[in-house]
Design a protein. Structure first.
Length: 883
């Protein structure tokens, strides 16, 4: 689009300011332009309108020459962070356009340039970042050419590169298209960068700003050149890139060229890309992450409701971020798990090391983000001081570690780079009471620069000089009221009141006349004044020069700072896991590469913290070759869902290398944990439909292996009883025959307990309740065998349903049960008072092996059904049953 720099649409001549704005806007069309005019940032035209809607700015207008008026909205420079935060949180990008020359010296209009573009994925302002989580920007590169008519086709895999610009870390991986949603859900990027060709493809996540860039920045040659130049390497092999990693290179190259472009002050802190190969960590899909409430509660606003809330005893921001990552990426390499375990164990067993280490760590500020600021050239004097204080705490951290008998800990200690020269430099160069900004002066420590010290002496001598001069001149002139003063416009002067003018000496030269006094200067005063003014100017520029020297010198150590930050974060998390283990009485699980899982006295790490400790009832569970599928029954509120999630969380904790809430545990390394919650149980998801539930179930059937842990909570509930039971039944059979995954299936369908008798590796368990008169007491105890009935009416009573309603329900129940056992139509409800091991007479004939529907179910291959076919099939089966 050609820029209209000379005239506005009605042909009238524009002011030079508006012409300049148009030029800037033309180059930054996808951003709101904050256009600096004096003490304000101004937004014009469409930006002004958007700014008033999004940011609550007042919309006015401004004259634009020739009677044309321009929509305008302004914000004070002082308040810019607040508005940036708003804009970025709403997913907008902002180009900050500054005056880049002194208005006093400008010929004509002041030159302006965009000095920085702030986007959701690249913000570096403290106020816009949260300390305990990363802020990710993701770039994705498809492996084929998206078809213009349907950009979601024409490609199958993507290279995915991710950066946290505030910390400088970069990682890359390759994924099939179907896994992109889960990975984005894990990373929760605030911005996603895509090639323009993908415009129109529905990004499988919400909440991220999408930025398109020209396709060519994703070209292999361009990307390779960009990366080699950025990291100053001859070839990318050193980073582990191989010949077939073209997609990774293309995504990474596009990513770094984009961030460099919008941060002109530099991105020297970008770290070389880490390559994540498939299978290096446990994949966790979005539903599992949510259902296990790992880092986000299903009930928003509930404090302390997630695994992270319970585990987060970290003492540094770096540790908090790393902990979050460890939770979301459990390990699968047993060696790696064991080495974390042994470090945690060493810290559990040695309280002094643990306490000492954590105390020292707590004195370390966010080194990783400080390093990021140093690298991006935006560190302030106070931040350098914080960096210095953090470095000063490191020797204590190291002392604690090097004494440890554990290899991992001793290794961390031994390789901890203390950066003594950097610490020394900051100590010597930066004044311990340095102000927040350089402009305020007084940043450089006395003694660091002899020239600066001398200049300061001149300035500090001013008070003495003035006092001495005043005393001397009073004596010489005999005027007791003579005073030496200073003002901004006229500088230093000698002031004599009108009544004493007759006594003014010859050598006084007039400077300024007031109503009641005259002001003078002398050659001596003039000379001295010039010296002082010169000193002040020189001091300001010298301080700026010295500070930027120090900054550059620290910047040359950014990589070392970052690897120190990594170790600090790791130690923080390890000591946190130890601390949590001690406080919560967790044990070290025996993590092994075999099949069986055995948990003794297992507890739910989050639920147990919500009640007095002795009130939580621990439970045992064994899953092995002779029984790896558990049909878990029990009335509503008995504790089924809690046990299910408890097992999932213990599995996950074990693979993080953490201790687990149990008396003892043997945990096999699993490749994936799947957790699904039936539609009607899944309140948080609003759009919970039976279809969604079936989609998810299909995904498990496709993704699970005999090394997976599958946790199904009331799957099949979102449809009629027969439909639901049929699906649950066939899914269980399939898992049993074809997959072999350890599975716990919580259900209120008693029919399913028959599976325990039919299939060898399926066993029934139930969460017991005791009847006491009309009521039931929840024992929360897990036992072998299926539940005998559902106790729905008792639960309803407990929940406060009125007496007569409960009585009537009881009546109806008896009636229904009577009808049913006489072979009537009933409601298809399951039998009551029936020991699970004994198949009920007649009533479940539907499941007799020769029923045509069962035949059909057996022949069915769920793997090859689309969800739509499955639904049609269900309707068909249902029709047959009703016939
Ligand atoms: P269900 O899935 O069987 O309906 P839940 O697992 O949702 O039951 O448990 C209901 C409530 O019972 C939980 O919110 C918790 O407060 C309590 N609960 C569950 N398990 C235990 C336990 N082992 N010890 C103590 N209280 C428990
Ligand atoms: Mg439940």
């Amino acid at each position: 689009m050609p820029t209209r720099s000379k005239s506005s649409s009605d042909g009238a001549t524009e002011t030079p300011l508006m012409q300049q704005w148009r030029e800037v806007k033309a180059r930054n069309q996808d951003a709101l332009v904050f256009f600096r005019v004096g003490d304000f940032y101004e937004l014009f035209f469409q930006d002004a309108e958007e700014g008033s809607k999004l940011l609550g700015l007042t919309l006015t207008s401004r004259n634009n020459g020739a009677a044309a008026r321009v929509p305008l909205a302004g914000l004070p420079v002082k308040a810019v962070d607040e508005y940036l935060a708003k804009a970025v949180q709403l997913g907008r990008r902002v180009a900050i356009c500054e005056q880049v020359e002194d208005p006093a010296e400008a010929k004509g209009i002041v030159r302006r340039e965009v000095v920085e573009t702030v986007t959701p994925g690249t913000v570096l302002h403290d106020r816009l970042l949260s300390a305990d989580r990363n802020n990710f920007l993701v770039a994705m590169c498809p492996d084929g050419k998206p078809r213009p008519e349907d950009p979601s086709s024409g490609w199958e895999r993507v290279g995915l590169a991710v950066v946290d610009l505030s910390t400088g870390e970069v990682a890359v991986q390759e994924l099939p298209r179907g896994e992109v949603g889960d990975e984005l859900g894990r990373l929760e990027p605030s911005e996603v960068l895509l090639p323009r060709a993908l415009d129109g493809w529905g990004l499988p996540m919400e909440g991220a700003a999408v930025t398109f860039r020209e396709d060519w920045i994703f070209d292999l040659a361009t990307a390779r050149e960009e990366l080699e130049g950025r990291y100053r390497v001859r070839s990318l092999e050193g980073f582990g890139f191989q010949a077939e990693d073209g997609l990774l290179v293309r995504a990474a190259g596009a990513l770094t060229s984009y961030v460099a472009q919008i941060q002109p002050a530099g991105v020297a802190h970008l770290r070389p890309p880490r390559i994540r190969r498939p299978g290096s960590v446990m994949a966790l899909d979005e539903m599992t992450r949510r259902n296990l409430e790992l880092v986000e509660s299903l009930r928003p606003g509930l404090e302390g409701g997630t695994l992270r809330d319970v585990l987060d005893q970290t003492v540094t921001a770096m540790g908090a971020r790393l902990l979050r990552r460890w939770i979301l990426t459990p390990l699968v390499d047993p060696q790696a798990i064991w080495s974390r375990q042994s470090a945690v164990a060493a810290l559990v067993e040695d309280p002094a090391t643990r306490a000492g280490g954590r105390e020292a760590l707590s004195r370390v500020a966010d080194l990783e983000r400080l390093a990021g600021k140093v690298g991006a050239g935006r560190v302030t004097p106070r931040e350098l001081l914080a960096l210095g204080r953090s470095l000063a705490a490191l020797p204590d951290v190291q002392d604690v570690l090097t004494g440890s008998p554990d290899e991992t800990l001793a290794g961390l200690g031994g390789s901890l780079d203390l950066l003594p020269e950097t610490l020394d430099l900051i100590d010597r160069a930066i004044a311990s009471d340095a102000p927040a900004t350089l402009q305020e002066g007084g940043v450089i420590e006395p003694g660091y620069s002899p020239e600066l010290d001398e200049l300061r002496e001149v300035r500090d001598g001013a008070v003495d000089f003035i006092a001495a001069l005043q005393a001397r001149e009073r004596e010489r002139t005999g005027i007791g009221s003579l005073k030496v003063g200073f003002n901004k416009v006229f500088g230093y002067y000698l002031e004599i009141s009108r009544s004493n003018l007759d006594r003014v000496p010859e050598d006084y030269l007039r400077k300024q006349t007031l109503t009641n006094a005259e002001r003078y200067f002398t050659p001596e005063l003039k000379e001295w004044e010039e010296k002082v003014f010169g000193a002040e100017d020189r001091m300001a520029s010298l301080e700026a020069e010295l500070f930027s020297q120090v900054r550059r010198e620290v910047a040359s150590c950014v990589e070392r700072l970052q690897s120190t930050a990594d170790r600090v974060a790791e130690l923080d998390v390890l000591s946190t896991l130890a601390e949590v283990a001690v406080r919560g009485s967790y044990v070290r699980p025996d993590v092994h590469t075999g099949f069986e899982m055995e948990i003794r006295g297992g507890r739910h790490p989050v639920v147990e913290t919500m009640m007095p400790r002795e009130e939580f009832i621990p439970n045992d569970l064994v899953l092995d070759d002779s029984g790896f599928i558990v049909i878990l029954t029990g009335p509503n509120m008995a504790g089924k869902s809690t046990i299910l999630r408890q097992v999932g969380l213990i599995q996950l904790l074990a693979q993080m290398g953490a201790f687990v809430p149990a008396d003892a545990a043997r945990i096999p390394v699993c490749d994936r944990i799947f957790t699904r919650v039936g539609a009607s149980d899944n309140l948080a998801r609003g759009q919970s439909t039976f279809m969604v539930e079936m989609n998810e179930t299909a995904a498990i059937i496709h993704g699970a292996s005999d090394r997976s842990l599958v946790l199904l909570d009331e799957i099949g509930r979102g449809t009629s009883t027969y439909d639901g039971v049929s699906i649950a039944w066939s899914v269980t059979e399939h898992v049993h025959e074809a997959i072999g995954a350890k599975t716990i299936f919580a259900t209120h369908y008693h029919e399913l307990t028959q599976l325990g008798d039919l299939l060898p590796a399926v066993k029934n368990m139930n969460v017991v309740v005791r009847e006491s008169g009309e009521d039931i007491v929840f024992l929360r105890r897990l036992e072998d065998g299926g539940a005998d009935r559902s106790y729905g009416i008792q639960v309803a009573r407990l929940a406060g349903l009125p007496r007569d309603v409960v009585a009537r329900a009881r009546e109806l129940l008896e009636e229904l049960e009577g009808t049913h056992s006489h072979g009537g139509e009933g409601l298809g409800r399951h039998g009551a008072h029936r020991p699970a091991s004994e198949p009920p007479p007649g009533q479940l004939s539907f499941f007799s092996p020769d029923h045509p529907v069962v035949d059909e179910l057996r022949r069915l291959d769920p793997e090859n059904l689309t969800p739509l076919e499955a639904l049609n099939l269900l309707a068909e089966l249902r029709r047959k049953v009703d016939e």
